[in-house]
Design a binder for this molecule. Structure first.
Ligand SMILES: CC(C)(COP(=O)(O)OP(=O)(O)OC[C@H]1O[C@@H](n2cnc3c(N)ncnc32)[C@H](O)[C@@H]1OP(=O)(O)O)[C@@H](O)C(=O)NCCC(=O)NCCS
Length: 178
């Protein structure tokens, strides 16, 4: 599965599924995006996985998985990751929680929009996923703007869910019911 999008700056975003050989680049990418905002669940320390562990994690995403991950690249460089998680049990499998990051130098070029389009199209074509949920820090204006443009609605709030440098921040629960 591979798809190209032309961005606002004319560059081409190539979106594919992940490969095990992306592990080191993905770990480096996560440290970069973690350090670029206080809007995600980790900072510039990234995620606590070794390259081998990350490789095993990425290899679990097969072409036909119900809950995929998408990797966005510009000229071969990873600029965005989008993941859909879920619990594949009869009573829960119609729900997916998503996560989205874009590297700062490419913000506001339509990368987030393209990745969101991939996730929503996947949900629709799966004929299984009906509800897409996400959590977003309540002052993350560009993210909220992007999600609302796809029809997401705020359905709840987690008070004080994030604690960053001893300050608490609320997160919003947003939902898109397809
Ligand atoms: C949030 C994020 C994913 C958006 O990605 P992106 O590639 O910049 O998204 P897009 O360019 O497709 O869309 C951004 C939109 O926000 C708008 N925007 C930018 N700053 C804004 C602001 N302060 N207030 C409102 N809207 C704003 C842009 O104009 C654009 O809207 P448009 O397409 O209608 O012009 C990206 O900024 C990011 O990764 N941030 C850090 C991590 C993060 O916050 N992830 C989301 C966690 S829930």
């Amino acid at each position: 599965m591979m798809r190209n999008f032309i961005l606002k700056n004319g560059k081409i975003l190539e979106v594919t599924g992940p490969k095990g050989s992306d592990a080191e680049d993905v770990l480096t990418y996560l440290k970069i995006v973690g350090g670029e905002s206080d809007n995600i669940t980790f900072g510039n320390e990234g995620v606590p996985f070794t390259i081998e562990e990350e490789k095993a994690f990425l290899e679990r995403f097969s072409e036909n998985t119900l809950y995929p991950m998408f990797v966005g690249r510009i000229n071969g460089e990873i600029v965005s990751l989008a993941n859909m998680s879920g619990i594949d049990r009869p009573r829960l499998r119609h729900n997916s929680e998503i996560g989205l990051t874009v590297i700062k130098k490419y913000w506001n070029q339509g990368v987030g929009k393209a990745m969101m389009q991939m996730m929503i199209e996947h949900a629709k074509s799966s004929k299984v996923i009906e509800n897409i949920y996400l959590k977003v820090r309540n002052n993350n204006e560009s993210a909220i703007h992007l999600y609302e443009s796809f029809g997401f609605k705020t359905v709840g709030k987690y008070p004080r869910q994030m604690k960053i440098r001893n300050e608490y921040y609320d997160t919003l629960l947003m939902a898109l019911l397809l």
